[in-house]
Design a protein around this ligand. Structure first.
Ligand SMILES: Cc1ncc(COP(=O)(O)O)c(C=O)c1O
Length: 402
């Protein structure tokens, strides 16, 4: 009775973590610190919450699937300022699709891009390994073969594009890339994005640039976006600068507001029209009051500057407390620690029992490679989402216990 493809989805990592920790309790008198999930605990800007609280008039209207015009304009304005996209190349009303959290957009991207197998040739969905689980779930449910590309330390934590077999590229329907990457924090530079977009255009697949951590960066300059590669390459095979590209941005990380469920996708007019068509059949939009709050958040940068400074201060702490151990490095972006602890599951159990810290075993974010090895086995991921004081206490305990 149920779709057999569902059997291919393993339990979500957080369910696996709950199973792993059955019967393990944190030591008494230790306040637990939940660092297994990328859920920012910084206060979201109060001006956004005030907009939602003050709304008395929109609750008996269905929110428009394509978002409000003001929200689309705010998203486009932000893309123009952040990536230098000329106004002529970006029509807010044809090229921006607000989504109820980018998880939704990333999922429907596979339904947009994957055509069922023809001539016995199975479409492939390429993604880095480790990967965000939604890429995998979307690929499976869309009928594509998920193909995991090693993104180990040796290749700068990004897939090696030169190693892709022509046979694989020929049947690639969609390629997900997250930059800054979750969990390793690596960023794709202009040359990398350009090479990947060129491949997308040559082999006519959809490149999905998941840039949800784009504003959390710790180098000298903000990470390059996939749109900058599109601008450098110019119009693609379908005549538009955004051809073969869908970029995805969220307020969950930038504005510390995962509860808003608000993000957007940008692409060519044709891709966005089809995304909106699909969303009209399948998705619920965020409430209008949330769209109004989101409109203000995309138009305001000072809270993002403050958020970035807070994450930087936490990495300063991590440099001091973890430097030289567990293969620690300061990532280029994002808000995770990706630590090589030998046995990720054992370390996770130990951290919960002896330090009250909930971490996520790296293996829950990876799949075994063709030779059976699993790059995630020896890692664990910690999200630096708490305030400075909590973070310092947690990392101090972690360094003592592991
Ligand atoms: C890599 C990655 N992409 C997308 C998302 C989804 O974010 P949201 O649905 O809150 O916009 C997350 C959330 O943790 C993520 O880590």
């Amino acid at each position: 009775m149920l779709n057999a493809r569902l059997d291919r989805l393993n339990d979500y990592p957080f369910q696996r973590l709950a199973d792993l920790l059955v019967g393990v309790s944190p030591r008494a008198n230790t306040a637990p610190v939940l660092m297994h999930i990328g859920e920012p605990q910084h206060a979201p800007p109060s001006f956004a919450l005030d907009i939602i609280a003050a709304d008395r008039s929109s609750w008996n209207r269905y929110p428009p699937v394509q978002g409000t015009p003001a929200l689309r304009e705010a998203c486009a304005g932000w893309l123009r300022r952040r990536y230098g996209v000329p106004a002529a190349q970006l029509d807010p009303h044809a090229q921006i699709a607000p989504v109820a959290g980018t998880r939704e957009g990333l999922f429907i991207a596979a339904l947009l891009a994957v055509t069922p197998a023809e001539d016995g040739r199975r479409p492939a969905a390429l993604m880095p390994n480790p990967f965000y689980q939604v890429y995998f779930g979307a690929a499976v449910m869309a009928g594509a073969e998920p193909v995991f590309l090693a993104a180990r330390r040796e290749s700068g934590f990004l897939p090696d594009l030169d190693a892709l077999a022509p046979e694989l590229l020929a049947r690639c329907a969609i390629f997900y890339l997250c930059s800054p990457a979750n969990p390793q924090g690596a960023t794709a530079d202009l040359a990398y994005w350009t090479k990947l977009l060129r491949l997308a255009r040559t082999h006519d697949f959809l490149l999905v640039a998941d840039e949800c951590y784009s504003e959390l960066w710790y180098g000298a300059a903000a990470p390059t976006g996939a749109l900058e590669a599109a601008l450098a390459l110019g119009p693609g095979p379908h005549g538009h600068v955004f051809d073969n590209l869908l970029v995805s941005h969220t307020l969950s990380k930038r504005s510390s507001a995962p509860g808003l469920r608000s993000g957007f996708m940008a692409g060519s007019p044709r891709t966005i029209a089809m995304a909106n068509r699909l969303r009209a059949y399948s998705c619920a939009s965020t409430p209008i009051a949330v769209m109004d709050a989101a409109t203000k958040l995309w138009s305001e940068e000072s809270h993002v500057v403050a958020t970035r400074a807070l994450y930087r201060a936490k990495y300063d702490l991590a440099d001091r407390l973890l430097g030289g151990r567990f293969g620690y490095y300061r990532p280029e972006g994002g808000f995770y620690l990706w630590l090589d602890v030998g046995d990720g599951e054992e370390a996770t159990r130990k951290l919960w029992a002896q330090a009250g810290i909930k971490a996520l075993p790296g293996a829950y974010l990876t799949k075994p490679e063709p030779d059976g090895s699993n790059a995630g086995d020896s890692y664990l991921r910690l999200a630096l989402v708490h305030d400075l004081e909590t973070t310092e206490a947690a990392l101090t305990r972690l360094a003592q216990v592991l």
